[in-house]
Design a protein around this ligand. Structure first.
Ligand code: CMP
Length: 137
């Protein structure tokens, strides 16, 4: 089944110059990049994107972080793209969950500054793609 997922390379990934490394891993996996943009995130977009985490204690810090510098937003397409990207990203906690060989397992230490975001379901992907790339069909 071909699907689409919304991926972010977060401010830490851009600042650490991992854009090429991360997009390279995406392409090596076989996923297609169908939209790509470097952008600075407004608090409005960040709040909408992370709406499901609004009640979490780390939400204010998460908004500060995600708006702290440019991010790379991408839409990836391919067979089981949502699961495939989450597989190569590794778990949210780069040490406790992400295993070596994954983006987070190889390149990150922090549970918040964990380099990438990937949609977690078809419903999330549709909602997030509409938020980040409203013009995309
Ligand atoms: P992401 O996959 O973008 O989804 C929500 C984000 O919140 C997550 O990656 C992390 O950046 C952040 N996050 C999740 N859990 C925690 C936590 N316990 N403390 C701080 N930040 C977190």
């Amino acid at each position: 089944m071909t699907d689409r997922t919304l991926v972010l390379i977060k401010p830490d990934g851009v600042a650490r110059r991992y854009v090429g490394e991360i997009l390279g891993r995406v392409e090596k996996k076989g996923l297609s990049i169908v939209a790509l943009e470097l952008k600075t995130v407004s608090r409005e977009l960040a709040s909408a994107h992370y709406a499901e985490h609004e009640s979490k204690p780390f939400f204010p810090e998460l908004l500060e972080f995600i708006t702290s510098g440019p991010v790379v937003a991408a839409v990836l397409e391919g067979p089981r793209a949502i699961a495939a990207f989450r597989q190569i990203a590794g778990g949210t906690d780069p040490v406790a969950k992400a295993v070596p060989g994954t983006i987070r397992g190889d390149l990150a230490l922090d549970g918040q500054q964990n380099l990438v975001h990937g949609s977690d379901s078809v419903e999330s992907a549709e909602r997030e793609i509409a938020l980040w790339f409203p013009g995309l069909a």
